[in-house]
Design a protein around this ligand. Structure first.
Ligand code: SAM
Length: 288
């Protein structure tokens, strides 16, 4: 019987790396948390795996044409299972496919809808720090589809760790204009929603060093702006995850490059747990 690939995404090697990092970390996370005991010897934490941009559960590899397991299947097949799985996707076809794939596991909820609403209203509130509930949340949008409120809420809750795919290519293409007035209104709205305020624009540009030099010699009309590099811009977001969202640990992200070496995403990890941060950093180091 012919395999049904309809509705599946094609993915490249960098996505495979992203999924490996996620699997390696999830495996350690669930092993450590599931084994922690309180003073009475009972299991200490209820653990959740949250996949906000879950997809169909499987992909097709661009070059080999092989089926590659997606993030939800990887999490479901871990040797030490999470206590509950929450999958969210906007696309009804992908959700249908994922429901079929996930039906042989228990403790799985699949939501169809905008993950920003579903996370803030229905999922994140289930993982209160004081209730000894902890969750690993994977935020894997294609482009500017995420709301800063999600990241800020996760940071403030202290019980949620995140992996975030930061869509630098989409940001550069749609929002990197010297004057903020030149950014089209839809891209401005999406960028401001993702970043949380308009400070993304000054973070994208710095006074030109050349113009500075001429101004210092008494010429010119003050510093011109020039585009900052991708690493600096990602660095500004890293600082924001710490200073504004309140994550204590945000290791340097992994730049994810396409087949011609251009950075398309940065994979971020953010947590309030030092052990988690140490493990994630050690895994990510091998890919930086
Ligand atoms: C990059 S794919 C996810 C891949 C998946 N995490 C994996 O690694 O197997 C992004 C997914 O996000 C979904 N999506 C886009 N906007 C969304 C939104 N606002 N809420 C939930 N899902 C969304 C798309 O339908 C798509 O399936």
């Amino acid at each position: 019987m012919a395999e049904d690939f309809a509705g599946l995404d094609e993915i490249g090697d960098w996505s495979v790396d992203k999924l490996r990092i996620l699997r390696d970390y999830s495996e350690r996370y669930s092993l450590i948390l599931q084994n922690q005991r309180n003073q009475r010897g009972a299991k200490q934490f209820f653990t959740g795996y949250i996949d906000a941009f879950a997809g169909a559960g499987e992909h097709v590899h661009k070059t080999s044409g092989a089926i590659v397991k997606g993030s939800p299947l990887i999490a479901l097949e871990l040797p030490h299972r999470f206590d509950h799985y929450e999958f969210i996707d906007l696309n009804p076809e992908r959700v249908g496919r994922l429901i079929r794939l996930a039906q042989r596991w228990s403790n799985v909820s699949v939501h169809q809808g905008d993950c920003n609403d579903v996370l803030l209203k229905a999922v994140l509130p289930k993982y209160r720090y004081d209730d000894y509930r902890r969750a690993l949340c994977f935020l894997d949008p294609y482009c500017l589809q995420l709301d800063w409120k999600v990241m800020e809420t996760a940071g403030r809750m202290r019980s949620i760790e995140i992996f975030l795919n930061f869509p630098i290519h989409d940001m550069n293409r749609n929002a990197k204009r010297k004057s903020i007035e030149d950014v089209d209104p839809k891209s401005w709205t999406n960028m401001t929603k993702f970043w949380g305020d308009e400070s993304w624009h000054p973070a994208m540009f710095a006074p030109s060093r050349q113009a500075d030099f001429f101004a210092a010699l008494g010429g010119g009309e003050g510093p011109e702006l020039e585009k900052v590099g991708n690493d600096s811009f990602a660095g500004a977001f890293q600082k924001r995850l710490k200073d504004v969202a309140g994550f204590k640990y945000v290791p340097d992200p992994v730049p994810m490059k396409n087949s011609i070496g251009a950075v398309v995403y940065y994979l971020f990890f953010a947590s309030n747990n030092d052990t988690g941060a140490r493990i994630a950093n050690a895994i990510m180091k091998g890919y930086r």
